[in-house]
Design a protein around this ligand. Structure first.
Ligand code: EPU
Length: 416
């Protein structure tokens, strides 16, 4: 498996362009099968997209990708079980549950994959399908979900789960009658999906709120959408700029999707400036410690919790970070400590003692955002850092090596 090498302490300047959002595109691609033909623009180059394309190919969905725009034609699509070799590659494979249920009233799919950052159960998704009239059975690790007819229903989510909101929406858009999802997630990626579904003819009200009303339609057709900029990728590079930048410009950003993140940077005294869809960053000294708690949108995103921990190492004093979404999202701290950090893990909270100075080491990526946290650490460590198991990173950061090399980082891929 490939690894990344980084020689730290280089000044980063120039422009980094943010790609389309991973967590949007991974729901948009399965959603595409609800229509006969549709178009998705600004598709990022990440392995999660390649893995979803494999599933689409397996199901005989035709598509062509050119300059980041994908045209899909699912008229000849076939319904067959999606086995583990496909489903286990990524979490979002389970969005084919909702999408195929809507399209065929039946889906068979094996267990999804994704980062090992907690229990990540999907009971709310399955209960939602049952509410819509489907029967769920599991045998030989294969989920079989089928319905004679999907019927609109009121679904009260116990927690505003992103995945459950997506899956239930996908199933409900073609159910007969009206469905309501209460306590729905309202992450920008959900809005992006709703925009796509509406462009195909779906009837959905309450966009951007916790209550979605869906009036089922019998047919969806056409549809076009542009993937929103990846707010987590943007946050990661903004952190790189605050640590090592000299007028490093992060371009094609939606700053309004990062409000709680900017609030934390402001509290720390980080140097950055927002100009339209551009964030200009500079190396920031004398940072203040902060207390962060992750939360659902618009709260501080769990996906930036590990990356920002690397910045907290530069603060003058003790910071705390409480992770409220996942049970096991501190695996970055072990390697940061090996590089010279002083971080204590106390249940769902970490204490970060700053400032500390990092030294290049051999470290391992345990999950996607831990990988991002280690790249940020390597960029500011003295000497050379080797990061192994980078398959996790390639799942979610489009052209990572090129983007960082173009702004002055010394970072390259090596075969193990
Ligand atoms: N949960 C349940 N039951 C369910 C669904 C969720 O108990 O049926 C729990 C989960 O175990 C977890 C919490 O609720 O502890 C949040 O889960 P949610 O469903 O909101 O997250 P997700 O859909 O699995 C998506 C992103 C994650 C991101 C979260 C939160 C995708 C493919 N993944 O996950 O992205 O952290 O929302 O914003 O969209 C990442 O990009 O690194 C990543 C992990």
């Amino acid at each position: 498996m490939d690894k990344i090498k980084v020689i730290g302490k280089q000044t980063l300047s120039g422009k980094i362009y943010i790609s389309g959002s991973k967590n949007s595109v991974v729901s948009l691609l399965p959603a595409a099968i609800l229509s006969d033909e549709c178009v998705i623009e600004k598709v990022p180059h990440i392995s999660d997209v390649l893995d979803l394309e494999d599933i689409l190919r397996f199901l005989n969905v035709k598509f062509s990708l050119e300059s980041g725009t994908i045209h899909l034609d699912s008229r000849q699509m076939v319904n067959k079980p999606i086995l583990e070799e496909y489903s286990s590659k990524l979490r979002a494979s389970y969005y084919f549950m909702g999408a195929m249920l809507a399209r065929f009233n039946k889906v068979e799919i094996s267990f999804p994959g994704g980062c090992n950052i907690g229990k990540r159960s999907f009971d709310f998704h399955l209960k939602g399908f049952e509410k819509l009239g489907a029967k769920v059975t599991i045998s030989d690790d294969l989920y079989r979900i089928e319905a004679d007819e999907l019927k609109g229903a009121v679904i009260d989510l116990p927690f505003p789960s992103v995945g459950a909101t997506v899956n239930i929406l996908l199933a409900a858009v073609k159910a007969s009658g009206k469905s309501v999802i209460n306590n729905a997630a309202c992450e920008p990626e959900i809005e992006n999906l709703i925009e796509f579904l509406i462009s195909m003819g779906a009837k959905i009200k309450g966009v951007g709120t916790n209550r979605l009303e869906i009036e089922g339609v019998s047919k969806l057709s056409g549809g076009r959408v542009k993937v929103i900029p990846d707010r987590i990728e943007a946050g990661t590079y903004i952190l790189a700029g605050v640590m090592n930048g000299d007028n490093l410009e992060i371009c094609d950003v939606r700053p309004d999707h990062l409000t709680s993140f900017f609030e934390v940077l402001d509290e720390m005294g980080a140097k950055y400036k927002i100009e339209g869809d551009k964030v200009i960053t500079n190396k920031s000294l004398k940072l203040k410690p902060v207390n962060i708690e992750t939360a659902v949108y618009p709260g501080f995103p769990t996906d930036l919790q590990q990356p920002i921990t690397t910045l907290l190492l530069n603060a003058d004093g003790v910071s705390t970070v409480r992770e409220t979404i996942y049970e096991n999202r501190f695996q970055n701290t072990k390697y940061l400590n090996e590089m010279g950090a002083h971080i204590e893990v106390l249940g769902d909270t970490i204490k970060v003692y700053g400032p500390t100075f990092l030294e290049g080491k051999f470290v391992r990526t345990s999950d996607l955002r831990a990988g991002a946290a280690l790249v940020l650490a390597a960029l500011q460590a003295s000497g050379e850092t080797t990061i192994s198991d980078i398959k996790h990173l390639l799942r979610g950061y489009s052209d990572l090596i090129k983007k960082l090399t173009d702004v002055g980082a010394k970072i390259w891929l090596e075969d193990e």
